[in-house]
Design a protein around this ligand. Sequence first.
Ligand code: NAD
Length: 477
Amino acid sequence: MYRSMMLINGEQVEGASGRSEIIHNPANQEPVAEVVIGDVSDAVRALEAARHAFPEWSSSSPKIRCNLLHDAAEIVRQRADHIAELLTMEMGKPIRDSRREVLSAADSLDYFAEEGLRNTGDWIATGDTRSIVTKQPIGVVSLITPWNYPVELLAWKAGPALAAGCTAVAKPSSLAPVAATEFIMAINDAGLPPGVLNIVHGSGDTVGAELVTNPISRKISFTGETSTGRWIMEAAARHLKRVSLELGGHAPMIVFDDADIDAAAGACVRRAFGNMGQVCISVNRVYVDDAIADDFTEKVIRRTLDLRIGNPLDPEVDLGPMVSGAQRRKTVEHIEDALRKGARLLCGGREPEGDLFAKGYYFMPTVLSDVDHTMRMMREETFGPVAPIMRFSGEEEAVRLANDTEYGLAAYIYTDSMRRAIRISERIEAGSIGVNVGSVIDHHAPFGGWKQSGIGRELSHRGLEEYMEIKHIRLGL
Ligand code: NAD
């Protein structure tokens, strides 16, 4: 069986406790890999290795770091099939999507390789003094990531951290640590000095908590649940550490009466059901203008019924299993709650039948209508394949419903009117707005949440600046 080690100070190592865990395939419960598990002492060892590596790495030329990151991206591409297969087997994402994720992670490394070269400052002349403003790497950073995009989300952190001159300790989710570890090993194989990039495995409340509270790390970059992010922010406050928190979401999609209904229905199905809805920017709530609601809903149902559910290693499959039984149970609970309160089930709502599905955490993509904001799925992150459709009439109501949430990560608007698109975009409380487009991710543009969806930004030059401190040097002439 495949064995996934930790990487500390350039060496693949076992944990101090000698413990390991088996990761099982959520599609059929077969063992995928044995993962060595670390404890607090391993986290400390990794942090110390990163601290030791920091002076040399932070003072190396940005061009050297740029070249290493490009080499790393190339190695990731060469190993993309292998990493993607592990990713699919450990968390159930269809192989096409896993491959796309790994290649996109390589693109992120390329992007930050170049962005690191553009770390310019200011020179300010003020009478008989001059002020130089520079940006310097923060120091050792802890990178803590979830299971739903274990490779790509790590790339969004490791890329800018390394480009900025920081050294890092990564901790992937215990549910899906294998592909993330392969990704870190691939970067390391580009020739990073020992200790620059480390990865440890283990539970959040031991290994993760140590990475947060140990004073060696100067910054925590975290992606995961809002409740975990809140704890991390409180713990980090004791040392006034920098934090970037990419947390939960509850994205609305508003479809106006002048929208291209086919395009909107297609985006709705892709965004609500892709990765089985286990995406922070999934469409969680669909608001559709009364005048087109029947037409739109019918198109959504037709497209949903066309989705192919099956073994995620099959390249023709659109949807695999969910990551775990717990995640599927939560989805069922949200559906039952909505049905009890008067929602209408239009398709899905159950596990698919047949031998292929018997042992996996499969669930059929589910469309509901007649929903309202008393239902849990309209307020809490379901993180499952559910598209609840609610009617509205008029812009005011659409905006009020869209903003009636504690989250503010992403929102989607479909309309043919440019004026309306701008008017509504400016009123929605979220970090990213997709207008007539079903994805808000672009390496060149910042990504992050408002309200309970987080603090800080990833991607773009702003994502790089999150790993830097600003320094003012004042010169008397
Ligand atoms: P999670 O919060 O349970 O775990 C995320 C990571 O934090 C894991 O590595 C976990 O081991 C670690 N962790 C847990 N407790 C910790 C602690 N006390 N100290 C330090 N680390 C700790 O989240 P999850 O279930 O893995 O991921 C799903 C969540 O992530 C959803 O809420 C989703 O919306 C969110 N998410 C957000 C984004 C975004 O960019 N905003 C992207 C993907 C996922």
